[in-house]
Design a protein around this ligand. Structure first.
Ligand code: GLA
Length: 409
């Protein structure tokens, strides 16, 4: 990680005190990572399977209860700083970043937790809007901090559900539970297989040997992302309603490829819903195959499933973009690359690639140049070391949170 991207606790504490002044309450420090999804895309809101891991970048929050019942929110990443009274925190402000913490405050209050003001300084080093869950990271770190500062006594799973509800009901994005869950429960050097229907999850060691996970950012501006996402949710609901006339399923996540083959005619009047349902059925089957492949060390099989996932997201779920397809194609042309696919919500954002560690510098040079020639855009690359989930940072003020070892949860 480059130096300027470090989240330096001591410096951020100083900045907090300069901005908000000293009171007799010491600010506390919290951190939540971002996440990258390795496979299982757009399955979470259908109760399907996903396989994300935490990343070693995230959001740091320095926070304390305020002395005057006001809510002060500032960030080192965005211009807007807000100071709001108790009766001003129950609404969104345009499409501003403060909607994420405000949504979390709102869910706590609706759940009967009395908040009486908080001073917050956020600092993040996850690229925004890149499909690495910068928003879930803000929500979860806020939920964790509020829970601690106000003694709300919620479990980590309850905080995950609260943060997802904040995004669904306050921000208005009908996302599933994957991002908030991954950001909260991530474990260092592991990925997690999560069943978004039952919420059962299993941590799987990410033993890649001489291979690595590289995230490549298209740096394509994402537009219409939220409405296109909510359209996909509605299309999947339509598919489920039609298939339930034939099959004893309660979620689309229970649909198998065999079911789909036998009952595709139930969707013949709605080809869009049919394509979405087929993606969901196949993608769940891919996660079921990918996790054992990884556990048995068959990285080549894992990579092929990643490739198939991308094709399905492009053709059937229609959430890819030209820059994403360019990056994926260029990645697959590089020596030793086992698989490459878009990750997260698509429409721009990042790809995730499984490749030999030794080949990363040459990969970045070759793909970076060819991508710039093809699109006029400059890609960024991040090697991922799977980091651990949300937690409080220990009292020592000079620690650096870019080393996961500095956190205790
Ligand atoms: C976004 C959403 C998640 C998930 C992914 C796609 O990140 O927030 O809930 O649906 O897209 O897999």
């Amino acid at each position: 990680m480059r130096n300027e991207e470090r989240l330096d606790v001591a410096r951020l504490r100083e900045r907090f005190l300069e901005r908000f002044g000293r009171t007799d309450v010491e600010p506390e420090v919290f951190f939540a990572p971002g996440r990258v999804n390795l496979i299982g895309e757009y399955t979470d809101f259908t109760g399907g399977l996903v396989f994300p891991c935490g990343v070693d970048r995230g959001t740091m929050l320095i926070a304390r209860r305020s002395h005057d019942s006001r809510y002060r929110l500032t960030s080192t990443n965005f211009d807007l700083t807000a100071e709001l009274a108790q009766d001003e925190i129950d609404r969104t402000y345009g499409d501003n970043w403060i909607n994420y913490p405000l949504g979390v405050f709102d869910r706590f209050r609706r759940g009967g937790v009395e908040l009486d003001g908080v001073d917050c300084l956020f600092a993040g080093n996850i690229p925004n809007g890149a499909g690495l869950s910068s928003s879930a990271s803000i929500e979860i770190v806020t939920a964790f901090a509020v829970n601690e500062l106000f003694g709300a006594g919620r479990s980590l799973l309850e905080l995950v559900q609260l943060a997802q509800a904040a995004e669904n009901e306050f921000v208005g994005m009908q996302c599933g539970i994957m991002d908030q869950f991954a950001v909260a429960f991530a474990r260092e050097d592991h990925a997690m297989q999560l069943d978004c229907g039952s919420l059962e999850h299993r941590q799987v060691p990410l033993a890649l040997g001489d291979h690595a996970i590289l995230v490549s950012n298209t740096n394509q501006r994402r537009e219409l992302n939220e409405s296109a996402y909510n359209d996909r949710v509605a299309e999947c609901a339509r598919a489920l309603a039609a298939l339930r006339e034939r099959l004893p399923i309660s979620t689309l996540g229970q649909l198998t490829p065999e079911h789909f083959a036998d009952h595709a005619d139930a969707l013949e009047d709605d080809p869009v819903a049919a394509r979405r349902a087929r993606h969901i059925a196949d993608e769940n089957a891919r996660v079921r195959a990918a996790v054992p492949a990884l556990e048995s060390g068959d990285l080549a099989a894992f990579g092929q499933l990643m490739n198939a996932s991308h094709e399905s997201l492009r053709e059937l779920f229609e959430v890819s973009s030209d820059p994403l397809d360019h990056l994926v194609r260029l990645a697959r042309e590089q020596p030793g690359v086992l698989g490459s696919r878009l990750t997260g919500a698509g429409f721009g954002g990042c790809t995730v690639t499984l490749l030999p560690s030794a080949g990363i510098p040459a990969f970045e040079r070759a793909v970076g140049k060819a991508y710039r020639d093809a699109t006029g855009l400059t890609a960024d690359f991040y090697v991922i070391s799977p980091g651990s989930g949300v937690g409080r940072i220990g009292a020592a003020p000079s620690r650096n949170a870019d080393s996961n070892g500095a956190r205790s949860s």
